[in-house]
Write a protein that binds this ligand. Structure first.
Ligand SMILES: Nc1ncnc2c1ncn2[C@@H]1O[C@H](COP(=O)(O)OP(=O)(O)OP(=O)(O)O)[C@@H](O)[C@H]1O
Ligand SMILES: [Mg+2]
Length: 247
C-alpha cells in the first residue's frame, strides 16, 4: 500500500475527498464513525446517499474481503445507490481491479463485493456475512424487509446504516429513532445543508404545505395528512397511565 493509500484507508473522510466529495461536517463525522448502528435522519438532497455509498466503497476497498449490501424499498432505488458507488469508484485515482461487474453488483479482485438488492423480503434471504448493510429510504422500507436484513450481520458483527427522511410516526425507522437501543442518531435539516438555499426552501414550503415540508426538509416525524387521529392522541389512549373515561 502506498503512503497516500494509508491515509485514505485510515480516514474515510480523506477517501471521500479523493473521490471528489468535500464532506460537510456531519458527513465527515458519519464517514469517520465506527458505530455499528447508525441512523441518518437527513433532509432531501443533503447528501446522505452519497455518503453511505462512500462508506460502503471505503469498506470494500480497505477491509477486504467485505460483503456490502445496498437495500431500499425497490430495486430501482438500490440500483440508484449502487450507481453512486460506481461513480465514486471511477473518480478514484487508483482502486482495486474489478473482477466482475453488472448493473446490480460488483466484485473486486480483493474479494469484496457490493450488491444492490431488490426491496423484497423473500428475494434477499440467503445473503449472509455482510460487513455493512446500507438501507436507503429506510422509512419506506417495510418492517419485514428490515427484519430480514438483521441476520445478515449476525456472524460478522457488521454495521447497519439506515438513511432516510421521516415518513410519519410508524414503522421500524421511526421506532429505532424514537425508542431503539444502541443507535447513533444524526439529524441534518435542509437549513444545515450549505447547498440548499433559503429561497429554495421558501418556495418548497409554499408548494408542499407544512406537513410535507416539515417531513422532507426539517426531518420531523409528523403524522400523515390522511391520518384521522394524531399519533400522540392514539398513544395516550393506549397508554396504561391514562384513566378510563368511565369505570
Ligand atoms: N459534500 C458534498 N459536496 C458537494 N456535493 C455534494 C456533497 N454531498 C452531496 N453532494 C451532491 O448533492 C446531491 C444530492 O446528494 P444525494 O443524492 O447523496 O442526497 P440525498 O440526501 O440522498 O438526496 P435524496 O433525499 O433526494 O435521496 C448530489 O448531486 C451529490 O453529488
Ligand atoms: Mg438519496
Amino acid at each position: 500500500m502506498l503512503a497516500g493509500d494509508f491515509r485514505l484507508a485510515l480516514d474515510a473522510a480523506e477517501f471521500a475527498i479523493a473521490c471528489g466529495i468535500v464532506p460537510d461536517d456531519w458527513q465527515g463525522d458519519a464517514l469517520r464513525s465506527l458505530d455499528r448502528k447508525l441512523l441518518l435522519n437527513c433532509s432531501r438532497q443533503s447528501g446522505k446517499s452519497t455518503i453511505a455509498a462512500c462508506i460502503a466503497l471505503h469498506q470494500a476497498i480497505y477491509a477486504a474481503p467485505s460483503l456490502c449490501l445496498l437495500v431500499s424499498p425497490s430495486q430501482r432505488q438500490s440500483v440508484e445507490l449502487f450507481r453512486k458507488v460506481e461513480e465514486l469508484y471511477r473518480r478514484l485515482p487508483s482502486g482495486p481491479e474489478i473482477a466482475t461487474e453488472s448493473v446490480l453488483k460488483v466484485e473486486y479482485r480483493n474479494g469484496s463485493r457490493i450488491v444492490a438488492l431488490p426491496g423484497n423480503e423473500a428475494t434477499i434471504r440467503g445473503y449472509s456475512g455482510a460487513a455493512i448493510v446500507v438501507v436507503d429510504e429506510a422509512s419506506r422500507v417495510p418492517d419485514d424487509l428490515a427484519a430480514a436484513v438483521r441476520p445478515m450481520l449476525a456472524t460478522t458483527n457488521g454495521r447497519l446504516i439506515a438513511l432516510s427522511t421521516p415518513y410519519g410516526r410508524r414503522g421500524w425507522f421511526y421506532e429505532a429513532w424514537a425508542h431503539g437501543d444502541g443507535w447513533q442518531r444524526v439529524r441534518v435539516t435542509a437549513e444545515d445543508c450549505p447547498r440548499i438555499s433559503a429561497d429554495f426552501l421558501k418556495d418548497e414550503e409554499a408548494e408542499l404545505g407544512q406537513w410535507q415540508f416539515r417531513q422532507e426538509y426539517l426531518c420531523e416525524f409528523v403524522d400523515t395528512a390522511e391520518q384521522l387521529f394524531a399519533s400522540a392522541v392514539i398513544e395516550a389512549a393506549l397508554s396504561s397511565e391514562v384513566k378510563p373515561l368511565w369505570d
